[in-house]
Design a protein around this ligand. Structure first.
Ligand code: C2E
Ligand code: MG
Ligand code: MG
Ligand code: MG
Length: 293
């Protein structure tokens, strides 16, 4: 019966569930105001080229600089914002911050460093999403090749055809594209046939075991890097924490590393000091005071 159906659809909430739901409700009540107040800030994590030891780019990673809770990491709010759709506005805001930074560097006469942004799956449902990004980029007059869009591996098996079309559209507008978290999920090597990205970001799972540099695991890293090269893609190893990992990846022909070994994600002012020396004029060059956990 209808009543029975309603009963079955009911679920029982534990105290923990109730607390989590209350917290989420609270975040949802505040997210819009927080966005308008500029509380979502970007940190930049450098990408180091192994051949030259030069910083050749950075990934923009969002944090919620909450006046009460301090600096909140994205894993604490992105999953909720993916469910309620707010991640679309957040990603656009992050993208705008990246465009503003690239514009500021160009205006200061500095050699711009390419920056990457993460793209949530929620955008793929919107057929005009590339145009929304383009409107922002044009407003800041930033060349598209300076921006890389990171698409996460999980999108591959959700809707590979839509993903392939989105990559074509992004390429047509001049953006570079990378496949993020490669190796962390269940996608097969065969997906690379249709997913035509410029860069493959190797997930830390490939080399976080203590014996990563031996046996079958080592062969797999070697082969994946060789495969990327054959397919014309550059490789970035994510989550590199030790000299041993960096040395192994360099021998295997990996192009870039990104991880705590070289640098944690840092505020833009600290990134500017790292890459441009004294930083650009106008900025006081000091870190914002929020520490990375
Ligand atoms: P991701 O895109 O794979 O970003 C890399 C994550 O690994 C970052 O975590 C970074 O701080 C962390 N990481 C970097 N090096 C190391 C290392 O050596 N060791 C370890 N253990 N971790 C390392 P973060 O900043 O907490 O971001 C987590 C995830 O949140 C990101 O994973 C991305 O999926 C998502 N995210 C971050 N910013 C945005 C955004 O603006 N939009 C969207 N849609 N997602 C975002
Ligand atoms: Mg990423
Ligand atoms: Mg990643
Ligand atoms: Mg990752």
């Amino acid at each position: 019966s209808a009543a029975g159906g309603r009963l079955c659809a009911c679920r029982f909430y534990s105290d923990e569930d109730r607390l989590r739901l209350a917290e989420e409700k609270e975040l949802e009540n505040r997210m819009r105001v927080a966005l308008d107040a500029g509380e979502f800030v970007i940190y930049l994590q450098p990408k180091l080229e192994l051949r030259t030891n030069a910083v050749v780019g950075a990934e923009a990673l969002v944090r919620w600089a909450d006046p009460v809770r301090g600096l909140v990491p994205p894993n604490d709010f992105i999953p909720l914002f993916e469910r309620n759709g707010f991640v679309v506005d957040l990603d656009l805001n992050v993208f705008e911050q990246v465009c503003a930074l690239l514009r500021a560097w160009a205006d200061a006469g500095l050699q711009p460093v390419p920056l990457s942004v993460n793209l949530s799956r929620a955008h793929l449902a919107d057929p005009s999403f590339v145009e929304r990004y383009e409107e922002i980029r044009r407003r800041y007059e930033v060349p598209a090749p300076l921006i890389e869009i990171e698409l996460t591996e999980t999108l591959v098996f959700e809707d590979p055809e839509r993903l392939a079309r989105v990559i074509d559209e992004l390429h047509a507008a001049g953006y570079r594209c990378s496949l993020d978290d490669f190796g962390s999920g269940y996608s097969s090597l065969n997906v690379l046939k249709d997913i035509d990205v410029d860069t493959l970001k190797l997930d830390g799972v490939f080399f976080d075991a203590p014996d990563f540099s031996q046996g079958r695991g080592a062969d797999i890293i070697d082969i994946v890097i060789e495969l990327s090269r054959r397919l014309g893609m550059r490789t970035v190893a994510e989550g590199v924490e030790t000299e041993e990992q960096a040395a192994f990846l360099k021998r295997a022909g990996c192009d870039m590393i990104q991880g705590y070994l070289f640098s944690r994600p840092i505020p833009p002012a600290a990134f500017e000091r790292l890459v441009f020396g004294q930083g650009r004029q106008g900025g006081d060059g000091r870190a914002t005071g929020f520490g990375e956990r």
